[in-house]
Design a protein around this ligand. Structure first.
Ligand code: PEP
Ligand code: MG
Length: 608
C-alpha cells in the first residue's frame, strides 16, 4: 500500500539542498527481489538452484567457523545453530512445496517462507526459541545472497536516480556505494556531524538524518522530497507541494551559480584588508575537481581513512603515495593538509579485526591506534613525505590529547624521515606539522602544544561531542550538540590566542566553520583558515568579503558576553541577516539572497 499524500517526517538537516525522487530502501540485506513468474518446466531448475545455494551457504558457514575457532573465539558455537537451521527439513520442504504450487522464482518464494518462519519464531513464548529469530534471519540472508548470486560485500549500485532510505549508513557503506544515480540519503539514526552526514555534504547531495522512523514508514517507490536545509522529508507530495519544492530546488542552484560568479577566484579578504584562507575538506581524491571548480584555496583537511575503507587489504605505500602526489600536484600552488589515519569511533576498516574498544569515540581511535600500530602508521607517513616533494603538503595528527602523544607521533615521523634520507628518497625536510584541536584537553593546553607544531586545526565535530559529552552520531541527544555553547566558544578563543601568542596559525575543519551565522564570529575571534566542504567555499568568501574585521571582532566580543547558546545563535543570526541585507543592496546588479541559507527552524528542545 502506498503512503498517504504529503506525509511529513522531521529529522536533522545533515546536508543542504533539495532532492526529489523515488525511495530506495537500503536494508541490512541489501537485496532487491523481483516476483518473477516461472513455468512448470522451470520448477526443477529452481529447485536445483535452491539446493546449490544451501550447499554454498553451508561451505561459507563452515569456513567462518574454522576461521573463528583458529582465533580461539567462542562465537564459533553460534554457527552450530546456523548449520542445524540449514538442514531443517521443514523449511526446505516448505520452499519446494510452495515453489511447485505458486510457481514464482525461488528467491521470491524463499523470502516469503523465511518471513513466515521469522514471524512465527518471534512470537514464541519460550525466550530461547524467540532469540533464535536473529539466527534464522542471518542464515536466510546468506541463502538469499547465494540465490541471487550477490556478494553481500558488493557495493550498492542504483539503476535509476533514487533516494536511499536506511536505518543507518556506516561511513564505509557510504564510501563504497556507487554515487551514480544517488539523489539523496535519509536515515533513522545519526547526527549532524556523523561521518555519513559529512560525506553527503562532500558529495553535494542533500541528506536528512535522525528521522527515527523513516525505514518503517517509507515504502519502496514512494516519491520523496528531501529538504536538506530544514531536515524534512515529504512522502508522496501533492502537485502543489511538488511544484513549490521544484522551484526551491531551482532557486538554490541559481543562488550557488550567482555566488560563484560574485566571488569567483577572489581572495577571502575583509573590507578592511584582513585576509584569511578558505580551503576545503575532502574524503575522496575525486573531490579535487570540486575543490578546483569552487575556487577553494587548497585542502585544509584530507580525511585519509576513506582510502582504507571498504576493501580487504591495506593500501600500500605506493598506492597512497600516488594518491597524495596527484592531489598535491593538482591543488598546487595551494596547500594540502593530509591528516593521518583517523579510524575508530564510527569509522572502521574491514581488513583489521576491530576490537570492541575501537567502536567507542573515547577508545582506541586515531593517533592512539597509529602509535600502537607503527607498521601501518609508518607506511602512511612514508607515502605522505614522499608526496611532499611534489606539492605543498602539510601533515596533521588527529585526536592529540596531550604533549607526550604529540611528541611520540613526531618521533615516529623523524624516524621515517631518517629512513627516507638514508634511502636517498626525496621529500620536503621542512614539512609543516599540525595537530587537530578536537579533544578539550588539547584546547586547554594549546599553549604547550603550540610550541611543538606549525599550525592548529580545530576539529569542532569532536570538540563539541567531547566537551559537552554528547555523542555526535546519536540523534536522541542531538538537541544538546551545540557548537555555540559558551564552553566551546571559550575553548576556541583560548586555542586561537595561544596559537597566535606562539606565532602559529589556526584553522578550523569541523562543520562549524561552514555554518553561515557563525562565520563572522569565527573571523572576529581571529581564525586564520576556514576549511569546509568545497560547495560552501563561495558562501564563506562572500560573507568575509562583505564585512570588516573590526566589525567581526565587535560581534565576537558581544557574542561571548551572552549567557546561552540560544541567545548567541539568535544574536549571530540577526547580525548575519543585517550583513546579508547590506550585501544585497551593495551588490545591486548581482542580487544574491543568501538569507535562504539561514537556519529557519527553531531548535527542538524535546528530549528523545
Ligand atoms: C572534527 O572532529 O571536527 C573533524 C574535522 O574530524 P572528523 O569529523 O573526521 O572526526
Ligand atoms: Mg575529529
Amino acid at each position: 500500500m502506498r503512503n498517504q499524500l504529503n506525509k511529513v517526517l522531521e529529522g536533522i538537516p545533515a546536508s543542504p539542498g533539495i532532492a526529489i525522487g523515488p525511495a530506495y530502501p537500503y536494508g541490512k540485506e541489501r537485496f532487491v527481489l523481483y516476483r518473477k513468474k516461472i513455468s512448470e518446466e522451470d520448477v526443477p531448475k529452481e529447485i536445483a538452484k535452491f539446493e546449490e545455494a544451501l550447499i554454498k551457504t553451508r561451505q561459507e558457514i563452515l569456513e567462518l567457523q574454522r576461521n573463528l575457532s583458529q582465533k580461539g573465539a567462542a562465537s564459533d558455537k553460534i554457527f552450530e545453530v546456523h548449520l542445524l537451521l540449514l538442514e531443517d527439513r521443514m523449511l526446505i520442504e516448505d520452499v519446494i512445496k510452495e515453489l511447485k504450487e505458486r510457481k514464482f522464482c525461488v528467491e521470491y518464494i524463499f523470502s516469503q517462507v523465511l518471513k513466515k518462519y521469522i514471524n512465527a519464531f518471534s512470537q514464541m513464548g519460550d525466550s530461547y526459541i524467540r532469540e533464535r529469530t536473529a539466527d534464522i534471519s542471518d542464515v536466510g540472508r546468506r541463502i538469499l545472497k547465494h540465490l541471487l548470486g550477490q556478494d553481500e560485500g558488493q557495493p550498492l549500485r542504483l539503476e535509476e536516480p533514487s533516494i536511499i532510505v536506511a536505518h543507518d549508513l556506516s561511513p564505509s557503506d557510504t564510501a563504497t556505494m556507487s554515487k551514480e544515480n544517488l539523489l539523496a540519503f535519509v536515515t533513522d539514526i545519526g547526527g549532524k556531524t556523523s561521518h555519513t552526514a559529512i560525506i553527503a555534504k562532500s558529495l553535494e547531495i542533500p541528506a536528512v538524518v535522525g528521522l527515527q522512523i523513516a525505514t518503517r514508514v517509507i515504502k519502496s517507490g514512494d516519491l520523496l522530497i528531501i529538504d536538506g536545509n530544514e531536515g524534512k522529508v515529504i512522502i508522496n507530495p501533492d502537485t502543489k507541494t511538488l511544484r513549490k519544492y521544484q522551484k526551491e530546488k531551482d532557486r538554490t542552484i541559481v543562488e550557488i551559480q550567482q555566488l560563484e560568479s560574485l566571488v569567483g577566484d577572489l581572495p577571502a579578504e575583509t573590507k578592511d584588508g584582513k585576509k584569511v584562507i578558505v580551503a576545503s575538506n575532502i574524503e575522496f581524491p575525486s573531490e579535487v575537481d570540486s575543490v578546483i571548480s569552487h575556487n577553494s584555496e587548497g585542502i585544509g583537511l584530507f580525511r585519509t581513512e576513506f582510502l582504507y575503507m571498504g576493501r580487504d587489504d591495506l593500501p600500500s605505500e605506493e598506492e597512497q603515495f600516488e594518491v597524495y602526489r596527484q592531489v598535491a600536484e593538482r591543488v598546487k600552488p595551494y596547500d594540502v593538509i593530509i591528516r593521518t589515519l583517523d579510524i575508530g569511533g564510527d569509522k572502521f576498516l574491514s581488513q583489521i579485526e576491530m576490537p570492541k574498544d575501537m567502536h567507542s569515540f573515547l577508545g582506541w581511535r586515531a593517533i592512539r591506534f597509529c602509535l600502537a600500530r607503527p607498521d601501518i602508521f609508518k607506511v602512511q607517513l612514508r607515502a605522505i613525505l614522499r608526496a611532499s616533494a611534489f606539492g605543498n603538503v602539510k601533515i596533521m595528527f588527529p585526536m592529540i590529547s596531550c604533549v607526550e602523544e604529540l611528541k611520540q607521533a613526531k618521533s615516529v615521523l623523524t624516524e621515517v624521515k631518517r629512513e627516507l634520507s638514508r634511502q636517498k628518497i626525496k621529500f620536503n625536510k621542512n614539512i609543516e606539522i599540525g595537530v587537530m584541536i578536537e579533544v578539550p584537553s588539547a584546547a586547554v593546553i594549546s599553549d604547550l602544544l603550540a610550541k611543538e607544531v606549525d599550525f592548529f586545526s580545530i576539529g569542532t565535530n569532536d570538540l563539541v561531542q567531547y566537551t559537552l559529552a554528547v555523542d555526535r552520531a546519536n540523534e536522541k541527544v542531538a538537541y544538546l550538540y551545540r557548537a555555540t555553547h559558551l564552553a566551546i566558544l571559550r575553548l576556541i578563543k583560548t586555542t586561537i590566542e595561544n596559537a597566535h601568542n606562539n606565532g602559529i596559525w589556526v584553522g578550523m575543519c569541523g562543520e562549524m566553520a561552514g555554518e553561515l551565522p557563525l562565520i563572522v564570529l569565527l573571523l572576529g575571534l581571529g581564525l586564520d583558515e576556514f576549511s569546509v566542504p568545497p560547495i560552501s567555499v563561495p558562501k564563506i568568501k562572500y560573507v568575509i568579503r562583505n564585512v570588516s574585521f573590526e566589525e567581526a571582532k565587535k560581534i565576537a566580543e558581544q557574542a561571548l558576553l551572552l549567557n546561552s547558546a540560544d541567545e548567541i545563535e539568535e544574536f549571530l543570526s540577526k547580525r548575519m541577516k543585517n550583513i546579508l541585507d547590506r550585501c544585497i543592496s551593495d551588490n545591486v546588479c548581482d542580487v544574491c539572497d543568501l538569507t535562504g541559507l539561514m537556519p529557519k527552524k527553531k531548535r527542538s528542545k524535546k528530549r528523545g
